[in-house]
Ligand binder design. Sequence first.
Ligand SMILES: [Zn+2]
Length: 251
Amino acid sequence: MALKPSAGSRAADATARRCGVCGQESRQFLFRPGPPEQAPDLDLRPGEPVRGTMARWLQQCPHCGYAAPDIARAHPAAAAAVGAAPFRALIAEGGHPPLARRFLAWAHVLEETGALHAAAEATLHAAWVADDLGQTELACDWRLDAVALWRGGPPLDHEQTVRVIDALRRAEAFPDAGATAEDLARSSPPEAVAQVIALERRLIAAGDAGRHSVASALPPPSRRPHATMRGPRSPVGEGFFAKLKRLFRRG
Ligand SMILES: [Zn+2]
């Protein structure tokens, strides 16, 4: 039986990593998160204890500024992106919180190497940093940047589209959020997704740009006639929101 993880991390061992971009060594922590115990937000920002560990999600090379979950790994095109003026400007932007700059630096490399959805995810992480610091304008800007990256990449599935809707709502882009939610609701999404869309639509109608938990979208099992038929095992092909529902529904 493994020991219960503390502060969302099983191990935080410092180790020497050779940067995949510039080749220089530095001491870095390997971050291996434990399981979240609280339900995530509607944009899938994890609950505690993982939520509070963002400072350890990315490593950053102190020599060239490259930031990644593991700086020893780099896309062949990463060195060109890291050496170019836009990246240098990003990591030097004094008006942005340092931790947010690290996520934006990683997002920039992902975007430059064609991984648009992963870039959106990293940009959303920068918005979460801004949320925690009460920097609402930056959080809005970065959510809208994330939405542009999501929409610029391959077609989105139902669950990713919910995150786009949530990012738009949190950025107070209510008309776009509402139209996107309406389109998604018409596309016969799975039940758990439909329940999250229903909550999003209520929040959008109320002009609510606040943070809400996935658990608040999922009704307790007593309202679900067939819930007792379900075993503890995850059904094959179960979507992510359905899995969350099983783990975190408000009972
Ligand atoms: Zn480096």
